[in-house]
Ligand binder design. Structure first.
Ligand SMILES: [Zn+2]
Length: 449
């Protein structure tokens, strides 16, 4: 089932991050992609071979042209998505986390044993994410292995790069009877089998990877956490879970283990450079140091955190300390599947953290000084931050990187400033699925308007 990618030249002006402080802009570049879906050359108008390359591409019908009001960006990397929760996006967000899980989320996830329903829901979600410019996603599936394999099929079918987790939740004290792994042994066996199946089925594809996925500490027994740490090491796969997401969840680990989530995950071999942990809103200073030392990544889910996180993740501090951090939509703790919407919320939340929110306090005591991030930093997290967390050569328009790209239209171009800095900020704030004209994954067109 290997995909054959064809050589292309995309002619367009592009923005790409290089560091969290700068966004690089090139006007009217030629971005060359090869049969492996990688960017092999970037040619600027001043370069000697520009005209000849452009003419050759036209003649060979390999040219993808963009309009003057269109720009090329790296595709976004959604670092935390619960694929099965898509049908309830935006529902019951007024509930506390544990009640939201028990009354809404677990009953919905249990429905995925119905494979027809799984197919329908996963097809809808993967199409939606790609239309929104999300070229890679790190997914939680459910406890149903067959449904998770269907999610993989739908990602492959739509052409999205996907990391998919067979969810483990075996702790009878924290999971409902109707939605729980029947035993620890079975949960671990299903994880191993899922890893093997994905690796066999998609050995010729560069799109689909399995991920070890303890749902979160409260849902797992000690034996499951220990077993999953060993499986992750043995099969050398990524690990994803949640970490210090809310007061309740952060407090749960302390009560059960006498230590924080971060320390528990580390103890079981689940926190290292292959790990992506969602939320982290309640991380202590010492926990942050552990993330840095272990090179583990945090998936910042700013919309979801506003509902369930009980605090604002200090993203600026994490970036300054060189802790890996990307952005996740956290469907459906977050209501929006758009990474743009989450970039915007990451910016807004950081401003509210800096200023504080309680007007009854003096201004100087209200917030956390120096907490705000820039649009460049949010864009960096949505691209390079995610790519570093997942160890993929994507998230940048750069030679040797995957041609995972989105072409977006600037709706205000005719009536506003077209200075590159202004265009960049406008794109971050104004883009939605309707003005994303084309999306490429590994150089293959996966969506167009
Ligand atoms: Zn989550």
């Amino acid at each position: 089932m290997g995909l054959i990618y064809s050589k292309k030249i995309i002619k367009g002006s592009f923005f790409t991050s290089r560091t969290d402080k700068e966004v690089y802009f090139v006007k009217d570049a030629l971005i060359e992609t090869d049969d492996n879906g990688e960017i092999t050359k970037i040619i600027n108008p001043a370069d000697q071979d520009y005209q000849r390359t452009l003419e050759d591409a036209k003649e060979n019908k390999q040219l993808v042209e963009t309009r003057d009001d269109e720009y090329v960006l790296p595709g976004f990397i959604d670092l935390h998505v619960h694929a099965p929760q898509w049908p309830q996006a935006g529902l019951a967000l007024d509930q506390p986390l544990n009640e939201w899980l028990e009354q809404y989320t677990f009953p919905l996830e249990a429905k995925y044993q119905d494979l027809e329903f799984a197919r329908k829901s996963y097809r809808h979600l993967t199409r939606n994410l790609v239309k929104n410019g999300t070229t890679t996603a790190l997914y939680f599936g459910t406890i149903h292995e067959d449904a998770n394999l269907i999610l993989a099929e739908e990602c492959q079918h739509v052409g999205q790069r996907a990391f998919i987790g067979q969810v483990v939740m075996d702790n009878p004290e924290q999971t409902p009877k109707y939605y729980r792994d029947s035993s620890t042994k079975e949960a671990l066996n299903k994880t191993i089998d899922f890893i093997k199946q994905i690796r066999t089925l998609y050995q010729d594809s560069d799109l689909i990877q399995p991920v070890v996925t303890p749902r979160f500490v409260p849902n797992c027994t000690d034996e499951a956490l220990e077993g999953l740490g060993q499986i992750a090491k043995k099969f050398d796969v990524l690990v994803q879970s949640h970490c210090s997401e809310s007061d309740w969840e952060h407090g749960y680990a302390i009560e059960r283990f006498g230590k924080t989530d971060t320390e528990v995950l580390k103890q079981y071999g689940l926190l290292n450079e292959k790990s992506v942990m969602a939320h982290g809103t309640l991380l202590t200073e010492a926990n942050m140091d552990t993330f840095k030392d272990e090179k583990a990544a945090i998936a910042h889910c700013p919309i979801s955190n506003a509902y369930f996180g009980n605090a604002v993740l200090p993203t600026r501090k994490l970036l300054e300390r060189k802790i890996k951090v990307g952005i996740g939509t956290d469907i459906s703790g977050g209501f929006s599947s758009s990474m743009y919407r989450n970039i915007q919320q990451a910016l807004i939340s950081s401003r509210m953290l800096e200023d504080g929110v309680d007007a009854q306090k003096p201004a100087a005591e209200r917030g956390v000084a120096g907490a705000r991030i820039s649009a460049k930093q949010a864009f960096y997290m949505a691209t390079i931050g995610g790519a570093e967390a997942l160890h993929i050569r994507a998230g940048q328009i750069k030679v040797g990187f995957k041609a995972d790209l989105q072409i977006v239209r600037d709706e205000l171009s005719a009536i506003s400033s077209n200075a590159s800095q202004d265009v960049f900020e406008r794109l971050m704030y104004q883009t939605n699925a309707d003005n994303i004209s084309k999306v490429f994954v590994s150089g293959k067109l996966v969506d167009h308007k």
